[in-house]
Design a protein around this ligand. Structure first.
Ligand code: BGC
Length: 418
């Protein structure tokens, strides 16, 4: 029997429920990008190359139909700079038309397109001149945003400039899990931080010239918890946090701030305690009841800490949860995670924090960067040979919440969901 309204936790009418992907992780054959080369280099931590990925470049209609059939309202995807500007200064009208067809397909399906302009990858020609460290990075990004927003701006629902900019320097120059794969160069990490910061501000201004859609940046915020008297130090997560705080402070010029949270990092006086957020691994990670296929702690409540932090530092800017999810083989566990995460979001809404939506990462089981195809984040499986999509029950569970805009008051315990 359906529960009456008083037995439900309601979400506001404008709250967006959706799912997210990125171009390189799903499109396939992104041959003109820095990642395509990085995946083929020896000595990197990359498990396997992306290859055809999910063939979403040709199958985006199927993906959008899955979002719609789940009952979700928004689809976040990224457009690929390496395709749009395959050679410096040459903007491909054919590729711009491709992405325009994609946003049109969303609109036709009644889905709000949340468009990310840059999600990790760079055109190969830009990588060759230093990538994020190129002295021309800011001006080139601004030009790319201007040209692209001119082509798509009227149809975009929300625009995200650079995905997780605060992690770019760390991943590429300190931990070495992203191109150029350098380890331990902290000075370059801070130089990248300055460049992506300026690029975001100039890129956002360029996008605003062509759209009325809200423009913002999407930040990787894990819930950092200090215990037993530990003090903030300079671990990679803490450095990322400093950079994201700077973005949040500067978000005064933005219409929203995007938050991407997966887990918590517990730090004691001796350093990271428990699983933390390990760098991607080449070897299979054994999932346990309380850790995931990426080795992270199952901790959907992490959103509480990160939403509070963003609300505090950004001065009450609207928040869009642009990524949150779990890599697991156990789909009921994913539904449990989604349920808990949304309860946490609901609590924050009750406290008066302006959270505008929740986009699950990811719509598809896709290419998880250095981790290759092993981690399964998707609410929809993808056959690696035929690309056949198989929606999972957790996606329908999220869709049911999206349709009713409500959660039952009693949380669903994970073992019971099986
Ligand atoms: C990234 C995604 C990635 C996800 C899970 C985020 O850092 O934006 O591209 O797949 O986390 O690791």
């Amino acid at each position: 029997m359906a529960s009456s309204d008083s037995h439900m936790l309601k979400f506001p009418d404008h709250f967006l429920f959706g799912a997210a992907t990125s171009a390189h992780q799903t499109e396939g054959n992104n041959t003109n990008s820095d990642w395509w080369d990085f995946e083929r280099k020896t000595g990197t931590p990359v498990r396997e190359p992306s290859g055809d990925a999910c063939d979403s470049y040709h199958r985006y209609h199927e993906d959008i139909a899955i979002v719609r059939d789940f009952g979700l309202q928004a689809y976040r995807f990224s457009i690929e700079w390496a395709r749009i500007e395959p050679a410096e200064g040459f903007f491909s009208n054919a590729e711009l038309a491709h992405y325009r067809r994609m946003v049109e397909a969303c609109r036709e399906a009644g889905i709000v397109p949340v468009v990310t302009f840059h999600h990790f990858t760079l055109p190969r020609w830009l990588d060759a001149e230093g990538g994020f460290l190129s002295p021309r990075f800011v001006e080139l990004f601004e030009r790319y945003c201007d040209r692209t927003a001119r082509a798509l701006g009227d149809l975009i629902g929300w625009a995200c400039t650079i995905n997780e900019p605060e992690g770019a320097g760390d991943a590429g120059w300190v931990v070495g899990v992203h191109p150029p794969g350098i380890v331990g160069d902290v000075q370059s990490m801070w130089a990248v931080a300055d460049n992506v910061f300026d690029a975001h501000r100039k890129g956002a201004a360029a996008i605003r010239r062509h759209t009325d859609a809200p423009v913002g940046v999407t930040l990787a915020l894990q819930d950092i918890q200090y215990v037993d008297g530990a003090e903030p130090g300079s671990s990679p997560w803490e450095n990322n946090t400093r950079v994201s705080d700077r973005f949040m402070e500067a978000s005064a010029d933005d219409e929203f701030v995007g938050i991407q949270t997966y887990t918590r990092i517990v730090i004691g006086p001796e350093g990271v305690r428990g699983p933390g957020l390990q760098p991607d691994k080449k070897n299979d990670i054994v999932e346990t009841d309380w850790t995931t296929m990426t080795g992270w702690e199952l901790y959907p409540e992490a959103l509480r800490g990160t939403i509070h932090r963003a609300a505090r530092i950004s001065g009450g800017k609207p928040i869009l949860l642009t990524e949150n999810g779990i890599a697991t083989r156990d789909d009921p566990k994913r539904a449990y995670y989604i349920d808990k995460a949304l309860r946490t979001v609901h609590e924050c809404l009750q406290e008066g924090i302006d959270v505008r939506g929740y986009l699950y990462w990811s719509l598809l089981d896709n290419y998880e960067w250095s981790g290759g195809y092993q981690p399964q984040f998707g609410i929809c499986a993808v056959d690696r040979e035929t690309f056949e999509r198989t929606p999972k029950p957790s996606g329908f569970y999220l869709g049911k919440i999206a349709q009713s805009r409500a959660l039952t008051r009693e949380p669903i315990a994970w073992p019971q969901m099986r």
